[in-house]
Design a protein around this ligand. Structure first.
Ligand code: HEM
Ligand code: ISQ
Length: 154
């Protein structure tokens, strides 16, 4: 499915607001992932040897931001081209990183839930069902592209 101009705008606008508070955003995103799926902790190299989620880990922050930015970019591409376009090598790379880390398809629902809840909390009264739907669509398309790459490689 494609993405309307309105949906693209909702994703972009909300990211513009959220990106001003990366430390809280990334921490919240990660906390939610581990709340939903505690065993996921050991998959992440920067969490393996810690009992708590590090409050100020630059790697964690950078990673979380990448996930949001890529989902945002996916929304833009969906509107412009009607499909997710990620540079081919990037998609292949993402496929192999996740395959190597032991990520399986159901994990994508966990990250989706955490992402959508983070957006909801971070946007507050600006949040709407429509905004939620726009992020969900952008994420689903990107996740499908990564999963396809993982299946192709497995
Ligand atoms: C690594 C994005 C879904 C777990 C990465 C990296 C990116 C990324 C960009 C590489 C970070 C880097 O090395 O700079 C995404 C996107 C996703 C997604 C856009 C969905 C659309 C998932 C899911 C899981 C997951 C569902 C499962 C819990 C991991 C792990 C790593 C990783 C364990 C390696 C982190 C490390 O260095 O230890 N992801 N990811 N990702 N991702 Fe994802
Ligand atoms: C990598 N892939 C998916 C989700 C993530 C969340 C935080 C940090 C890294 C991630």
């Amino acid at each position: 499915g494609g993405m309307s101009e309105k949906q693209e705008a909702l994703v972009k606008e909300s990211w513009e607001v959220m990106k001003h508070n990366i430390p809280d955003l990334s921490l919240r995103f990660f906390t939610l992932i581990l709340e939903i799926a505690p065993p996921a902790k050991n998959m992440f190299s920067f969490l393996k040897d810690t009992d708590e989620i590090p409050q100020n880990n630059p790697k964690l922050k950078a990673h979380a931001v990448k996930v949001f930015k890529m989902t945002c970019e996916s929304a833009i591409q969906l509107r412009e081209k009607g499909e997710v376009v990620v540079a081919d090598t990037t998609l292949k790379w993402l496929g192999s990183v996740h395959l190597q880390k032991g990520v399986i398809d159901p994990h994508f629902e966990v990250v989706k839930e955490a992402l959508l809840r983070t957006v909801k909390e971070a946007t507050g009264e600006k949040w709407s069902e429509e905004m939620n739907g726009a992020w969900a669509e952008a994420y689903d398309q990107l996740a499908t592209a990564i999963k396809n790459e993982m299946h192709a490689e497995a």
